[in-house]
Design a protein around this ligand. Structure first.
Ligand code: NAD
Length: 287
């Protein structure tokens, strides 16, 4: 038996094609504003790809590439302006931010109805009570791929490795909302293997190359490998020893080409949702 490859590139292109059609017949182009601070190389690539993806499907995108010296009040002022710009439906602030700027303050300043990354506490709260508005893009993309794998989540034991606010925690909420039984592991979990061996669904977001080896896997498990790790030779690998687990797992996402493309597609879907919300409720976040 060889695991089915959950191809994120193929699934993402289907989602983007369907969004493109909807956008084509919309009253105006949805607007997405990306804010990047400083010259972090990885951030530059991520933002460039998001903007390219937006343009390809007819989303009007605006980039604010700001000097790393920008002060917190100046950045807050820009976000305030974007919150009140009727042509901008979605705002994303690429993380990480320089140390002199409070990430928490900036994320909280984004209007929750334009928060297409789903990081605002209001959106996190809505997700946790099972009434999601914007779901963070990476876990949202994972859920779509899990559904494509044919796995029935009802009663399934899902084990998540990683408890970050942007990946592990929202993933746990989404899976609980989908009737799975969820275990969350992290760097202080003792005997990680004990947990992963019980997983019908294993979602790994640790940022630790090949942390998950074949003896960690329950036969027939579905594996979502979110980790992105760059080796010294430039090659990208995930948190799972993909080759090693191929004959044990039922399905797995490749790295690259698995969760990554789904993350961008979900950002576009969230921008479309923001646009439709803006049309439904002409009110914007209060001053
Ligand atoms: P993070 O550093 O904020 O969190 C990592 C989590 O993993 C922490 O909760 C930590 O406790 C846990 N962890 C670390 N080492 C561990 C270990 N040895 N055993 C058990 N738990 C361990 O990272 P993040 O932002 O959640 O991202 C995680 C990974 O996913 C990174 O590689 C990141 O690049 C990748 N990522 C990919 C996408 C994508 O689109 N594919 C999006 C976001 C993040």
């Amino acid at each position: 038996m060889s695991a089915k490859i959950l191809d994120g590139r193929v699934r993402a292109s289907q989602i983007l094609a369907s969004l493109k059609e909807k956008i084509h017949s919309a009253a105006r182009a949805p607007g997405l504003c990306a804010v990047r601070v400083g010259d972090n190389h990885a951030s530059e690539i991520y933002v460039r790809n998001k903007i390219k993806c937006a343009q390809e499907i007819g989303i009007r995108s605006v980039l604010h590439a700001l000097d790393k010296q920008i002060s917190e009040p100046e950045l807050l002022r820009l976000i305030h302006e974007l919150n009140h710009d009727s042509q901008i439906d979605g705002i994303l602030v690429q993380l990480p931010l320089p140390a002199h700027i409070s990430t928490e303050k900036i994320l909280q300043a984004i209007s929750p109805v334009k928060d297409v990354d789903g990081f605002h506490p209001e959106n996190i709260g809505l997700l946790s009570i099972g009434k999601p508005r914007f779901v963070p893009c990476t876990p949202k993309g994972c859920l779509d791929l899990i559904q494509a794998s044919g796995l029935d989540l009802l009663g399934t034991h899902a084990v998540i490795i990683g408890r970050s606010n942007i990946v592990g925690k929202p993933m746990a909420q989404l899976l609980m909302n989908s009737e799975a039984t969820v275990t969350v592991c992290h760097k202080n979990t003792r005997n990680l293997k004990n947990f992963t061996q019980q997983a019908d669904l294993l979602v790994v977001a640790a940022g630790s190359p090949h942390l998950i080896k074949p003896d960690f896997i329950k036969p027939g498990a579905v594996i979502l490998d979110i980790g992105i790790n760059r080796l010294p030779d430039g090659k990208l690998i995930g948190d799972v020893d993909t080759e090693g687990v191929m004959s044990i797992a039922r399905a797995i996402t490749p790295v690259p080409g698995g969760v990554g493309p789904m993350t961008s597609a979900m950002l576009m879907e969230n921008t479309w949702i923001a646009y439709t919300l803006g049309i439904q409720h002409s009110h914007r976040y209060p001053e």
